[in-house]
Design a binder for this molecule. Structure first.
Ligand code: HH2
Length: 283
């Protein structure tokens, strides 16, 4: 199955042949499922290397939690967390590194030390973000979020969640292309859990195959999230492995190009099986 090629500076990610995995590396004290585990740069780099060995196609390094209710982190703190880790990982592994940030200033510093992708949960609200991506050739993930992390889970409402999220992403693709960003640098994400109830998340996942009509790679981040806890009764996010596997298998079978996961080794085994069944012409 041929899919789009996602161009991210020196890297070309071929989609379609198999489901790509983006490994989550949170250099934070307070992320919802692994807060504090990788705040130490040595531990973060070791985890990044481990995830690459386990089959991550991209590593996503973040220095600010965007869990529901989270406060903003000062910019210098975010920079201090992510830049040294990205700088070391770029030297140690040959996979593209993405920076999970909504600030162009952080994205710029990350790209300067070798990051190839900006994963922006605000779909480039920072006015500098699109020109930065255009000028550097970085890849860009445009994700849908309703409002801000602080308040997004306070009674989120939509008339038609799938239609509204899809047309938001189409508009952001349009804005990026109008700013001079090549379409081949873009990837879209419906933002599971970002201003969505359980029902909203299920509707989006059920319809995820239709997001491929946007003609850019589709990324989904279901890993360990609250909706999985709600469906399975598992309170501790770090213990939501099987529920995550269910969501990841569904995404792979629906043709999602990239899944963002914490448990790379386990999810590699899940998508290897689903891809063999669902996708022809595996690479
Ligand atoms: N989810 C989280 C963070 N970044 N980026 C994209 N593109 N899609 C997602 O679904 C997504 C994301 C939240 O997960 P995590 O990084 O584990 O938690 P926290 O925000 O608490 O650090």
């Amino acid at each position: 199955m041929e899919g789009p090629v996602w161009r991210c500076r020196a890297h070309e990610l071929r989609c379609g042949g198999r489901t790509l995995l983006m490994g989550v590396l949170n250099v934070t004290p307070d992320s919802f499922s692994d807060g504090g585990a990788f705040l130490d740069p040595e531990a973060a780099v070791a985890q990044g290397v481990r995830m690459a060995e386990e089959g991550a196609d991209v590593l996503d390094v973040g220095g600010e939690s965007t869990r529901p209710g989270a406060d903003e982190v000062p910019v210098d703190v975010e920079l201090d967390r992510v830049v040294p880790v990205i700088e070391r990982l770029v030297k140690e592994i040959d996979r593209p590194i993405s920076v999970d940030t909504r600030r162009a200033i952080v994205a710029r510093a990350a790209i300067e030390v070798g990051a190839s992708i900006v994963n922006d949960v605000t779909a480039a609200r920072d006015p500098e973000m699109l020109t930065l991506v255009r000028d550097t050739g970085a890849g860009l993930v445009l994700m849908h979020m309703l409002g801000e992390p602080k308040t997004m889970q306070v009674d989120p409402r939509y008339d038609d969640v799938v239609g509204e999220v899809r047309s938001f992403l189409a508009d952001r693709i349009g804005a990026a292309v109008a700013a001079g960003v090549p379409r081949s640098s873009l990837c879209v994400d419906p933002g599971i859990g970002f201003g969505k109830t359980l029902e909203h998340n299920l509707l989006l996942l059920r319809a995820i195959g239709t997001f491929r009509e946007l003609r850019v790679p589709v990324l989904v981040g279901p890993s360990r999230k609250r909706f999985i806890g709600e469906l399975t009764g598992v309170e501790n996010p770090a213990e939501r492995l099987e529920g995550t596997a269910g969501a990841v298998a569904w995404c792979a079978a629906q043709g999602v190009d990239v899944v963002r996961v914490h448990d790379v080794g386990a999810m590699r085994r899940v998508v290897d099986v689903v891809d063999a069944i669902a996708r022809k012409g595996r690479r």
